[in-house]
Design a protein. Sequence first.
Length: 213
Amino acid sequence: MSKLSESSLYQLTMVRFLLILREPEAIFWIFIFPILLAMGLGIAFRNRPADVLQVAATTPRLTQALAADKGLTAATMDEADGSHALATGNILLLALETPQGVAYKFDDTNPDARTARLLADRAIQSAAGQPQTIQAENRLVHETGARYIDFVVPGLLGMNLMGSAMWGLGFAIVEARQKNLLKRLVASPMPRWQYLASFLLSRLAMLVIELVS
């Protein structure tokens, strides 16, 4: 036999691996579940383009002006139909042509409706030929690491480390004591530090596999 196989630290570490392999549910929760969770959250909270807001106007002229904005989808309907569409949530804003100008009918408690109000007013003012008093430009920023998945994965790794510390070490020692295995190991010529070191080595090896996967 080699010196490695005769080492109590090696044997204890291998025991930790064999105990995990004997429990298929542990393999699922350690390796498969974090990957499935990261994939699910990445799909649910993926970066998507800005929503196009649905609005309406009472005249074709206003509808054409609203449709010129890329952030709006406009339709033409009378005030009665527009009010019903607002009540049912089919549109966020109704632009009414009045003798004084334009009136906007919307729910100011709805954040999307307030955004639609700003976009609609900008589109109508621009169509009316209002000059832009201050030159403005958009500088879009997409920082690396700002995506939801970029901080979910480190969080999952941290959660797995916490779970390993709680269940992989504390619970395993308590379970060994309940089964009188800890008493037998202490009575053996094994150094006690090797018993704890075997947990550390096995969990470090598992962590490397988890990071790669």
